[in-house]
Design a protein around this ligand. Structure first.
Ligand code: LLP
Length: 420
């Protein structure tokens, strides 16, 4: 459930109309609903009610806006971060360092050091050498770094190849059959408290079976480690739960997921950690856009909107589907292609789609854009960086400014010898 609904024929986000925001802020603009974020955070937690010891670390890569993080911090979420930049955001939003988990296949030595100095709660190691380096950096500081070893279970998560992470040819984790030996070697290092296992097999998952198979393999590994005398107190089960992008999509609910987790992890006797991203933020945001032209086409007309692939990259990158609805639908329909102004044929949001009829000047939204939307935006074609607005009841605020060409140009230099 979300808080985007029509009132008197006009799309509202909670109690604020989309035209009111478009008028004040301009388009394109991402609009998030705080009530939806809170609800998703609560539903995910509730789904895990049968897991007694758990830590929820929102994968902030999905939507790292400070205001979004603040809403989720207030819901008791920590953060899963993959760079020092994300760590700084989590801290700036008021998340306690101990609630932050540092994932990522290419943490630099400087990033490991910065995260140690910040006192973050856990490092998810991606290779043995990283553990050796982290242990040394921690020992130099008189610290002990809490860590898990991320394993690659070699399962096919059944999602888009670019967002699958748990197959043996993927760059993530260590092969699960080598994990016990590595765990043994790393466990002895001063400076490291290797306390468990981490896993994450992919994103936008619609099938619980591969997740369950992967978790079962982790269960076997935990038993094997304990049989060899190792301590295992934490298991990080990652994120990945899919969300509906179109009506009729039926991803597993957080309750289905939670029931599966409770069943598979029964008797593990560890603190379970979760890194949900999309399931929290995806349907809490839309990208509002204005129709610039309706251009006659040879097959179908092109609805040219003022949002483009630089604002929402998912369609160009993953052939993703985002629903397109008019803000003030007339009831008429049209079959059209929807495209942005960027000079690439890939800058197309849909081809031959049955949509609300729109004309130039009309407002529309691309739905389910709260996750992996604004955060993946760029300024390609020297387009301004898209702004973000958070709605909370009848209030709203611009929570990220539109960064216009002047600011981008101001950050560039022509060297003296060229300036002439
Ligand atoms: N934990 C780890 C270690 C991850 O790599 C990810 C996502 C998550 C958690 C959160 O996964 P989620 O619950 O959001 O599925 N840009 C792509 C998605 C990339 C996901 C990368 N890793 C997209 O727009 O579909």
């Amino acid at each position: 459930m979300d808080h985007f609904a029509y009132r008197d024929g006009v799309l509202h986000v909670e109690d604020v109309s989309v035209p009111a925001i478009a008028e004040a802020v301009g388009t394109p603009v991402y609009i998030y609903s705080a009530a939806t974020l809170r609800r998703h955070a609560q539903v995910f937690r509730e789904g895990l009610k049968d897991v007694s010891r758990k830590h929820l670390a929102y994968a902030i890569k999905a939507n790292p806006n400070l205001a979004v993080l603040r809403v989720l911090a207030d819901e008791g979420y920590g953060a899963d971060v993959v760079s020092v930049g994300e760590m700084k955001r989590a801290l700036a939003a008021g998340m306690p360092p101990a609630d932050i988990v540092f994932s990522g296949v290419g943490k630099t030595r400087a990033e490991l050091a910065a995260a140690l100095d910040a006192g973050i709660g856990q490092f998810n190691l991606e290779l043995e050498e990283e553990g050796v380096v982290l242990a040394a950096l921690a020992a130099e500081r008189g610290l002990t770094a809490p860590a898990t070893l991320r394993v690659n279970p070699d399962v096919d998560a059944g999602t888009h190849a670019k967002i699958s992470t748990g197959m043996k040819e993927n760059k993530f984790g260590v092969p699960i059959d080598q994990a016990a030996d590595m765990y043994a070697r790393l466990s002895g290092l001063p400076g490291l408290n290797l306390r468990g296992i981490a896993i994450h097999i992919g994103s936008q998952l619609f099938d619980l079976a591969p997740l369950e198979a992967a978790y079962a393999r982790v269960g076997d590994l935990v038993a094997e480690l304990r049989a060899s005398g190792h301590t295992v107190t934490h298991v990080d089960l990652g994120g990945g739960l899919g969300v509906p992008y179109r009506s009729g999509d039926m991803p597993p609910s957080p309750a289905d997921y939670g029931a599966m987790v409770a069943r598979v992890t029964k008797g593990w006797d560890v603190e379970l950690m979760f890194e949900p991203g999309r399931v929290i933020a995806g349907n809490a945001g839309v990208l509002a856009t204005e129709v610039i032209w309706v251009k006659p086409g040879v097959v179908h007309p092109y609805v040219i909107v003022d949002a483009a692939m630089n604002d929402l990259a998912r369609v160009a990158l993953y052939d993703a589907y985002h629903d397109f609805v008019a803000v003030e639908p007339t009831g008429e329909r049209m079959i059209a292609n929807i495209a942005g102004p960027v000079c690439e044929s890939g800058d197309t949001f849909a081809m031959g789609r049955d949509i609300d009829a729109v004309a130039s000047g009309d407002l529309a939204v691309l739905r389910t854009a709260g996750a992996y939307g604004a955060t993946m935006a760029s300024t390609y074609n020297s387009r301004p960086l898209v702004p973000e607005v958070l709605v909370d009841g009848d209030r709203y605020a611009v929570v990220a400014d539109r960064v216009a060409a002047e600011a981008l140009i101001a950050a560039e230099r022509v060297p003296d010898w060229l300036a002439g």
